[in-house]
Design a binder for this molecule. Structure first.
Ligand code: GAR
Length: 216
């Protein structure tokens, strides 16, 4: 692993996780260098956050392509012009093709607003409430071909209170996302985090199935 880790961030929306990442790498000595932010939506506010931070931006509109494979192939082409060691999905609301995932095997991270393997997909806060769960949270994982299913790196767990709504839960989960994603990216950039055929490794040790657990 070189001294710095070039990162490309993909997003579709607000980009609060991008902002947390930008804020976390501001100290000059951070090994994480965000080289570009790419969005499939030109109206994604995350693009503005990137511009404000002086980061290259690129829009690749998925509706202009005939099918997932064609879009993903074009996306790979754009990403690889930046030669990243790591690709970070930060609210990138696209299902990725097997080719894409394989291309970035071991260097593709995602954040998801639930305690995976619970509640893959959408509406996670609502589903946790409806199930009567006492705990909820968020997960950072390596991306594999299974949607929201790759080896877990870190999870933050929060208690669900009796008066929680999907909105209040979302807010508290977001706060945790903004802590655990920069942490995972930093681990990767420092060469401490990797993926092998057994799963996710931190400092050479296989992580538990839940990843590194943080309870708040
Ligand atoms: C985050 O809550 C992230 O966990 C979720 O999208 C949101 C993006 O927020 N990602 C997924 O649901 C992926 N399956 P942001 O644009 O403010 O970072």
């Amino acid at each position: 692993m070189p001294d710095t880790c070039d990162v490309v961030v993909l997003l579709s929306g607000t980009g609060s996780n991008l902002q947390a990442l930008i804020n976390s790498v501001e100290p000059e000595n951070s090994p994480v260098k965000i080289r570009a932010v790419i969005s499939n939506r030109e109206d994604a506010y995350g693009l503005q956050r990137a511009k404000d931070a002086g980061i290259d931006t690129h829009v690749l509109d998925h509706t202009a392509f005939e099918g997932r494979e064609a879009f993903d192939a074009a996306l790979i082409e754009v990403i690889d012009t930046f030669n990243p060691q790591l690709v970070v999905l930060a609210g990138f609301m696209r299902i990725l093709s097997a080719n894409f995932v394989r291309h970035y095997q071991g260097r593709l991270l995602n954040i998801h607003p639930s305690l995976l393997p619970k509640y893959k997909g959408l509406h996670t806060h609502q589903r946790a409430l409806e199930a009567g769960d006492s705990e909820h949270g968020c997960s950072v994982h390596f991306v594999t071909e299974e949607l929201d299913g790759g080896p877990l790196v870190v999870q933050a767990v929060i208690a669900i209170e009796s008066d929680d709504s999907p909105h209040s839960l979302a807010q508290r989960v977001h706060t945790q996302e903004h802590l655990i994603y920069p942490l995972a990216v930093r681990w990767f950039a420092e060469g401490r985090l990797s993926l092998d055929e057994q799963g996710a490794l931190l400092d050479g040790q296989l992580l538990a199935a839940s990843g590194h657990l943080i309870r708040t």
